[in-house]
Design a protein. Structure first.
Length: 157
């Protein structure tokens, strides 16, 4: 009788572990999909849809600029970026993880961007990013914090 009980408890624990692992993988996959969707509207320079990916209390922390918190401030910050002539951007999240609670997750990876300066010269940059995401009540993911910086050396004064 005891071996049967041990076997039954072991099977139940195994099933619970497998379910938690599958749920975690599913959450990470949905987080990657959210990141890819955001990149798509961002690279299309769709300001309204790009800002809609941010949580109401979300912030962006761009290099060499103040933090922008809330959708109004983020809209203002991104509108200048989107106005750059011939601006192109792409990023790839090579990591996506979700907390055990399922409420927060992050993506991190690399980006490439370019634009044309006032003299007509193409300015290119590549760097890395970390984005913290918050799961919404409807199951969607919204950006809580986004920070990025260049891999290129800092320019002189």
């Amino acid at each position: 009788m005891i071996p049967r009980q041990i076997c039954a408890v072991s099977i139940i624990l195994l099933l619970i572990s497998a379910t938690a692992l599958a749920s975690s993988k599913s959450d990470a996959d949905s987080l990657r999909a959210a990141d890819a969707g955001w990149m798509k509207v961002f690279s299309a320079k769709d300001l309204q849809q790009s800002v809609a990916y941010y949580d109401e209390a979300g912030s962006t922390l761009p290099p060499n600029a103040p933090m922008a918190t809330g959708r109004e401030a983020i809209t203002k910050a991104l509108s200048g970026f989107f106005a750059l002539p011939n601006m192109k951007i792409a990023w790839f999240a090579d990591k996506a993880e979700v907390a055990r609670s399922g409420e927060l997750g992050y993506t991190s990876g690399k980006y490439q961007t370019s634009f044309t300066d006032p003299s007509g010269k193409t300015i290119a940059d590549n760097g890395k990013f970390v984005t913290v995401w918050k799961k919404q009540k409807d199951g969607s993911w919204k950006v809580l914090l986004d920070i990025f910086n260049s891999d290129l050396p800092a320019s002189g004064p």
